[in-house]
Design a protein around this ligand. Sequence first.
Ligand code: MRU
Length: 336
Amino acid sequence: MKLDPFPSLQLYSDHVLLLDQRLLPFQEKYTHLTQLTELIDAIQSLAIRGAPLLGFAGLCGLYLASLQCKNQDEMDAMVSKLSNARPTAIQLSSCVDSSYAKHRHLNLKEQSFAYFSDANEYVKQMSEDSENIAKNGQELVPDASRILTHCNTGSLAMHGWGTALGVILYGSSVLGKNFQVYYTETRPLQQGLRLSSYELHRHHIDATCIADSSAAYLMKEHKIDLVITGADRIALNGDTANKIGTYMLALCAHFHHIPFYIAAPTSTIDFCAKSGKEFLIELREAHEFFNCASGKQNPPEYFKAFNPAFDVCPGDLVSAFITEKGLQQAPFNPLK
Ligand code: MRU
């Protein structure tokens, strides 16, 4: 199967082109952006999403900012907004902060060349890493495995194959493995139901969506052999922040003696965080939570919701980390 000829995010000399993930699977709409504020809005509203892709989005944002800003003070303010647009996924702030620190001393024209080149280098590395993750995961997913995955972690979230979904797509499309795939709906923004279904269908993989709350039942009925999810940030002790519901899946898998794997590039490891206690968890608006159940109507005034976008799965519930460098176990070496 040929990989996607129209990646979810592309950088051109005067604009960014993105596939609006909010509209999938019903509309494949590409949007041109030229302003950093538009890009930040796309990041915060999840038109662009997935931790590795957010790193690329951050570098695209630096490039747009360098074209737009009139002086370095303006640039400083914009870069800080960009870096903090979504706080849990590590690649957004790590890419923005390191590239900006490296090139801030240059004039704005020179900076724009540097960010363009960093963005292109990152995107090449992202595709290579995803291919290696997809290959390295194969020894954990034998033919005929019954696999449960969560959220969307395919090529919409990381160019190439993706991470967790990439292991499944590669095993099935390239190696001809016959998996039975279950994927969660993923409340409240339904990245599984909308986006994983879209990607699995494009790869002609027969897969079944379940409500997040059905996972324990499926495991109890002996219908799942293994679970694979992605990650937004991993601490040195293996604690992993990922889409809300991941912790619950890991607990259920542990109870039922089912292996629970995390697939992620090593750029997801936060070498400054000893444990997940140090992670900042993004909290999102109540209306988003309500919209999901109400066909987009706004909530009544009295409605309140606690809507964290991520949770933290303890490292000792993770059977192995599937990375571009091979299968790894926590704790990770703080010296890289
Ligand atoms: O809020 P989202 O949709 O950006 O969350 C995405 C996830 O939690 C993914 O599992 C993670 O970013 C890995 S994507 C390869």
